[in-house]
Design a protein. Structure first.
Length: 138
């Protein structure tokens, strides 16, 4: 069995963003040489997420609006965690959107359903962060 590991690094200038990382994960899969197995992609920060959905700007806008209603950034004083910080909302948004995804690899390709893509969700940007890609298989 083969094993492959790579970190993808991001520096998002905004507080929040959704980045389609499918091409980078596909590149990792090619580098790994795995034809049958699994890909794990997980956010390596507790204020970021990795998730699978459609790459459609209206949906991403809706996520942003919905998440801000669930866990509004301001007023920052509403959160106990924000004593000395201002990112409690980002922790909550990550909890809702999830930490990682696992995708089957079949015939050397990501075995997606229709319209599925992998996204890195950033909820407390403006600094360097990373996601882990781990691939195992034959």
């Amino acid at each position: 069995m083969k094993s492959y590991r790579k970190e993808l690094w991001f520096n998002v200038p905004a507080r929040r963003a959704f980045i389609n990382i499918t091409p980078q994960v596909e590149e990792c899969l090619t580098e790994s040489g795995v034809a049958e197995g699994f890909v794990l992609v997980n956010a390596m920060h507790i204020t970021a997420s990795v998730f699978i959905n459609d790459d459609e700007s209206g949906l991403h806008h809706d996520y942003d609006v919905w998440l801000e209603k669930l866990a509004p950034h301001e007023p920052v004083s509403q959160y106990r965690h924000n004593v000395g910080e201002d990112n409690a909302d980002a922790h909550m948004k990550r909890q809702v959107m999830g930490r990682e995804v696992v995708v089957a690899v079949t015939g050397g390709r990501l075995d997606f359903g229709t319209w599925e893509q992998i996204f890195y969700g950033e909820f407390d940007g403006r600094r360097k962060k990373r996601a882990l890609v781990k691939i195992i298989g034959e």
